[in-house]
Ligand binder design. Sequence first.
Ligand code: SF4
Ligand code: SF4
Length: 187
Amino acid sequence: MFNLLKIVKNTGDVTVKYPFAPLELMPAFRGKPEYDPKQCIACAACTMACPANALTMETDVKAGVRTWQLFVGRCIFCGRCEEVCPTHALTLSQMFELAVTNKVDLYERATFSLCNCRICNRPFAPRKEVEYVMALMVQAGIDANVVNTRRSLLETCPECRRRQNILDKNNIILNPQSIWRTDDDAE
Ligand code: SF4
Ligand code: SF4
């Protein structure tokens, strides 16, 4: 009996006082994904990586908008969204008390306007994503004026760009073998 009491005394408290006192969490604890719509460029990387389909994205071509949505009820707190987000718009917080009285409170949404193709006028990509690509080019060292001159190209949908490339005579190689000719061949 004396030994048992000694063990209990040496062990100390093995339970926590939560919910009567705040729960101490590990720094790497993965709680509710925190979303910053200002940082988000609606690239859809997180929605493709989310294994639980908690993140979804819908494009309304008629209205020219794309809606990003998080349904916390499906989230398994795996952290994949945080890993793939290129702009740190998603980070897993330490929030774990997520009970709500109304299911709609488990949803978070953000709407983004789409950029219309300069040629066919179809919306094809989020406006913020196009601006992000241009900012990246400047960050990579390309002159801002040069990047601006490429704006029309960046604001053209992939289909129209492909068609333009095919129709541009400079892109047509009449003698494909000529591109493989080296100086040695010419001698
Ligand atoms: S933490 Fe995992 S399950 Fe939750 S939203 Fe992110 S990717 Fe989806
Ligand atoms: S990956 Fe990041 S930037 Fe892209 S849609 Fe998701 S939250 Fe937005």
